[in-house]
Design a protein around this ligand. Structure first.
Ligand SMILES: [Fe+2]
Ligand SMILES: [Fe+2]
Length: 173
């Protein structure tokens, strides 16, 4: 699928706000992919499709699934078979142990695109230019604090992802 077609698809099915968020995620995913040597084309496809699950396939059966999973199902229906792209879409909200570079690029791009204004986002943006793993950790930390105010906790997957990142960073330094 050509980029123009992906953009038009997003424009058609996403809300205006979500569409613009998506375009900003695409732009940042491209920058991060170039910086860290991920496949730019794949990063763009994953970025375009990462949130489409908010707006499609909301059947009764689907309601228990997260929008990330629904987005992945939609991408599969569109004929996307690349496992890195599908993984990046599937894990973009929680993260996951063992996730690859492309998935981290989308995870960070989604949380730090230019429209995000939460306290501390600028520090995470700066770190994302130096060390992608550390930027992921900062995002998890921020998510934990944010959830705490809503009396919620991080998902198990995110906690496992955090553990893995910490281990990785210790090994490197
Ligand atoms: Fe999302
Ligand atoms: Fe998003």
């Amino acid at each position: 699928m050509k980029e123009k077609e992906l953009r038009l698809l997003c424009k058609r099915i996403l809300s205006k706000e979500r569409y613009h968020h998506t375009l900003r995620v695409v732009a940042l995913a491209k920058v991060l992919a170039l910086r860290y040597g991920a496949d730019v084309k794949k990063a763009k496809i994953a970025a375009y499709l990462h949130d489409v699950g908010y707006f499609i396939g909301r059947s009764k059966k689907d309601r228990s699934l997260s929008h990330a999973k629904l987005s992945e199902s939609y991408a599969i229906k569109m004929g996307i078979t690349d496992s890195e792209v599908l993984e990046a879409i599937r894990v973009h909200t929680t993260g996951e142990r063992g996730m690859g570079l492309l998935a981290k690029v989308i995870y960070v791009a989604d949380s730090t695109e230019a429209g995000r204004t939460y306290p501390g986002v600028e520090l995470i943006r700066r770190e994302s230019r130096r060390n992608l793993d550390r930027a992921c950790l900062m995002i998890i930390h921020r998510t934990r604090e944010h959830l705490r105010t809503k009396k919620k906790r991080l998902s198990r997957k995110t906690v496992q992802f955090e553990k893995e990142l910490k281990k990785r960073l210790q090994e490197v330094h």
